[in-house]
Design a binder for this molecule. Sequence first.
Ligand code: ZN
Length: 247
Amino acid sequence: MEQKTRVLVWNEFRHERENEEVRRIYPDGLHKAIGASFDERFEVSYATLDEPEHGLTEERLAQTDVLIWWGHCAHDDVDDRIVLRVRDRVWQGMGLIVLHSGHFSKVFKLLMGTSCDLKWREAGEKERVWVISPGHPIAEGIGEYFEIPHEEMYGEHFDIPEPDQLVFASWFEGGELFRSGCCFNRGQGKIFYFRPGHETFPTYYQDEVRRIIANAALWAAPTKREKPAYGNAKPLETIRSTVQGGV
Ligand code: ZN
């Protein structure tokens, strides 16, 4: 039997406990709604901010193929040691899917190296998500575009490095535009940033959104290969033109 993709859904899990409106939409937490995106091809587990080491121990991360990140109001509460641990795992090949307000997480900012700032507005307007790369595996099963009836607006300029592939771009009813599905390669790891998912809207119950998150996890899963060799290297061929130092 083919091995399942091991997905760990991480959620800061604060809004749901502190805000009635969010709890009504996501009674079991955003992480459980996000986790419902995955079928039997995946093995899904969960971690939240207030667990010891934020639920992201060395052992846990070592057994994770793809980490999904949802955070918003408590980015600063994430321990810098854990941030470096996640970064190192991405460099080693673990996939990372950063959702919505995770654009401002320490992990994403560190891996991007930019401010990751953007424009925003909470008007509950319509978002139309356009497929920019129809041949990309993350867009599989998605039509020319799909619509989310009510969402928070994120607008350009989004201060990220040029994505390696742009899979989706969003138009908002108020007129703004946003690069809402961006792929990046860092070390051996693959990163996908996906914009939708404000906590006061039922976005993570929408079929297209769930399909994209599952597609992205398959895409971001590590490929099985040896770690590249770095550092001082013995020549493969005999080097005849060598000159002893000091010429
Ligand atoms: Zn939001």
